[in-house]
Design a protein around this ligand. Structure first.
Ligand code: PAF
Length: 277
């Protein structure tokens, strides 16, 4: 597997290739969810690239950018074992030289939900993804459905900037308990990890209630109350049209329930969706 630290090295390799590239951007600390993205990027393309870059511009000053888990050696082993052709591991200076001053303002998909709780986060994500897409020149990019809003923001970026890229939506990888795999799970104590599947159960309950005819507002409130009774600090439980993120109407067929909540100080997000007939 090729390991590139500079844009010039990656570009020189990219120019030497014939055929298409599938790309999975990551911040490292890889787990099976990332590997599912790599496999999706490999499907139907000739070469695969994964980036590992903890992107400072998507962290708020209160978020712990410095403490984000960095496990490069293990990540490289996992990528090699899964047939990745190249990994791009740039430094912060390489991606954001001091002279850089242009940034992307993420579009309407960034409004509400995570956008409310993490102001500026999606601008940072969209900026780094635009830069990475320019560098890697992929035909296919793979993004996990666990970060559903991020996925929609990136699809909007691709559409709005007319990029010839297909976004592959990769289903969330879960533990047997239903807990969505996330780099943040490593901060959960063993007890909290057992309890953490309550978030997914809460989303399932909410969806069941809404499909059965309960109003989204009461289903959201009930789930929030149940989670709070169990010690969760809930940012939101939200029933939305899965495509537009607007409130659902009687005509909405693709219903998503998204949630973000803290358990013992660890912020987890998850979502599920279903087609309503
Ligand atoms: O989902 C992530 O890991 C990050 O937001 C991404 C897409 C790699 C951009 O830094």
């Amino acid at each position: 597997m090729n390991i590139f630290h500079t844009i010039a090295e990656l570009r020189a390799w990219r120019r030497s290739l014939t055929g298409t590239v599938g790309f999975a951007p990551t911040m490292g600390n890889l787990h099976d969810g990332h590997i599912a993205c790599l496999h999706a990027a490999q499907l139907g393309t000739n070469h695969s690239v994964v980036s590992i870059f903890v992107n400072p511009t998507q962290f708020a000053p209160t978020d712990d950018f410095a403490k984000y888990p960095r496990t490069l050696e293990d990540d490289l082993k996992l990528l090699t074992a899964n047939g990745c052709d190249a990994v791009f591991v740039p430094s912060v200076d390489e991606m954001y030289p001091r002279s850089a001053s242009t940034k992307v303002i993420a579009g309407s998909m960034a409004q509400g939900l995570e956008g409310d709780f993490r102001p500026g986060h999606f601008d940072g994500v969209a900026t780094v993804c635009l830069k990475l897409f320019q560098i890697v020149e992929p035909a296919v990019v793979a993004f996990g459905c666990k970060d559903l809003q991020q996925m929609r923001v990136i699809q909007q970026l691709i559409n709005d900037f007319n990029m010839p890229i297909r976004l592959e939506a990769v289903p969330t990888t879960r533990e047997a308990s239903g807990l969505a795999l996330s780099s943040r799970n490593r901060y959960l104590t063993p007890d909290a990890k057992v309890q953490a599947s309550q978030l997914n159960q809460g989303l399932q309950d909410t969806l069941r209630q809404v499909i059965a005819g309960t109003s989204p507002a009461s289903a959201e409130a009930k789930t929030t109350a149940v989670l709070e009774e169990h010690g969760w600090d809930v940012d939101y439980i939200a029933v939305r049209d899965a495509v537009t993120f607007q409130n659902i109407t009687p005509e909405t067929t693709d219903v998503a329930v998204l949630g973000a909540a803290r358990l013992s100080g660890v912020r987890l997000i998850d979502n599920i969706s279903a087609i309503r007939s």
